[in-house]
Ligand binder design. Structure first.
Ligand SMILES: [Zn+2]
Length: 479
């Protein structure tokens, strides 16, 4: 929910012609107004025209998308450069880029981490890859192709990037995505033979393990655990699991499929417990703590409200169907769970906690459960901080009503100079973020588990009255 405001005036090397009569070399308020007018025109334009015109227009719009991306890059780079130039010290410069990326991310409706990548690319294009930027502005390459060039160029020195840019730009037009990446890499290796080794080191430094919901209908029950590893390690892990699975089948007559045996063994080894072997259920007994937030109706009375799955740090992993949640409770060695919305309470805990300085324990978990992902619009990262919306130093209470779940990056951004936040509507817990340029964005938590849409005030009351119902659930049952 962005508030309509134009982009700030930014000096540019070259302005496209016919931008609302803006003087050459500057794009001002008129440009923003005119772009908004185009958006309106495109939303209304008729499509009952000849095929030749349709194809022409599709082509022209593709170039417009590229030109828009180039303009966004130039604006973002100019903004970041100015704020970096004004900052003194490495720490202040990093913070300046974070703040600019936060604002650009909100304007582009993407997460802060994607915005950081975009601002980095924008500065790379503006400083070191001017010909590539020109190709983008002219609609000769797509934004994604500019990203591909930027990725390859990132391992080079500034001077070598200029050499790459000059050699590569004239060849880009006819190439597809893969061709652009291959040609860029070939030229990088020619410009700087040491680049290969640096690329490998960078890639190895980026090794990681991530988890996210499986795509499609399986997403409510399955998740994808992805390990991005040095190639030899990845092959070794895979071969080890496969050899184990084949041995199980061939020597021990295990009837499970190779894929099932491999995944069960992966879980068994990493959680230090036997996997699903012999349990007769697809759900293994995990030793680590997995939390389930579900209504008691779903837990005890066969209700259908989905549950929210959390890990031992309170990060949430989306909704799981009620029957699956009941099975997890039954099969897990230990799971704590909290009855939500079971009985109305007094709200006393929220008041009681108001003198505390930090969100901790159950109150922190409550913030994480309510918000589920970072409250910065379009961020969607897991919550890492339960943050005071109104700072504690400024009299803000340590209470659910004054709390926002934020990710690490957004917490930094929100603390930057010129950023403000406030709860503008208690009903629905609407938080408004105001950026240094005065743009405002609002955010609301997702609907909570439970079958009745209730006001947040009712939720808070119900939750607050429910503290003593948190319980450990043994292996055999759920009560
Ligand atoms: Zn965030």
């Amino acid at each position: 929910m962005g508030m309509g405001r134009s982009v700030a005036a930014a000096p540019l090397h070259e302005a496209p012609p016919q931008l609302g009569g803006a003087p050459p070399g500057r794009v001002g308020l008129q440009a923003g107004d005119e772009v908004r007018a185009w958006v309106h025109v495109l939303g209304q334009a008729p499509v009952d025209v000849a095929d030749a015109d349709r194809v022409d227009l599709i082509g022209a719009l593709e170039r417009l998308k590229s030109a828009a991306a180039a303009m966004q890059a130039r604006l973002a780079a100019a903004m970041a450069d100015e704020h970096v130039a004004r900052a003194s010290g490495e720490r202040a410069r990093t913070q300046a880029v974070r703040s600019v990326a936060g604002q650009v991310g909100l304007a582009r409706r993407v997460s802060p981490s994607r915005a950081m990548t975009f601002v980095g690319l924008a500065r790379l294009l503006s400083h070191d890859l001017p010909e590539t930027l020109v190709a983008l502005a002219a609609g000769e390459i797509s934004e994604w192709q500019a990203v591909l060039v930027g990725r390859e160029a990132a391992v080079l020195s500034s001077a070598d990037r200029a050499a790459l840019d000059a050699a590569l730009a004239p060849r880009l037009g006819p190439l597809g995505d893969r061709g652009v990446a291959q040609e860029a890499r070939r030229l990088v290796d020619r410009v700087d033979p040491g680049a290969v080794a640096r690329r490998v080191r960078r890639a190895e430094a980026d090794r990681c393990v991530t988890v996210r919901s499986a795509p499609g209908p399986a997403g409510c029950a399955m998740a994808r655990l992805t390990a991005t590893l040095p190639v030899a390690q990845a092959v070794a892990v895979y071969a080890g699991l496969r050899a184990h699975a084949e041995a199980q089948r061939n020597q021990h007559g295990d009837q499970r499929g190779i894929g099932q045996l491999m995944s069960d063994e992966l879980v068994a080894r990493l959680t230090a417990r036997p996997g699903a072997a012999g349990s007769g259920t697809a759900v293994g007994r995990v030793q680590v703590e997995v939390g389930l937030v579900m209504s008691e109706r779903s837990l005890l009375r066969g209700g259908a409200d989905p549950a929210v799955l959390t890990d031992d740090r309170g990060r949430t992993y989306g909704h799981v169907p009620a029957f699956l949640a009941r099975r997890l409770v039954r099969d897990a060695d230990r799971a704590w769970l909290t009855r939500l919305y079971a009985a109305p309470g007094s709200g006393q805990l929220v008041t009681m906690d108001a003198r505390r300085r930090a969100f901790s324990g159950r109150l922190r978990r409550l913030v994480v459960w309510r918000d589920q992902t970072c409250r910065m619009p379009w961020c969607e990262a897991p919550v890492r901080h339960a943050d005071h919306v109104r700072a504690h130093a400024a009299g803000g209470a340590t209470a659910l009503a004054n709390a926002a779940g934020l990710c690490e990056a957004c917490n930094y951004v929100k603390e930057s100079d010129g950023w403000r936040a406030g709860v503008v509507a208690a009903q629905g817990h609407v938080i408004e973020f105001t950026t240094p340029t005065g743009h405002r964005y609002r955010s609301q938590p997702p609907p909570a588990p439970g079958h009745h849409p209730r006001s947040l005030d009712e939720h808070v009351e119900l939750l607050a009255g429910d503290w003593d119902d948190e319980c450990d659930v043994g292996r055999g049952g759920a009560a």
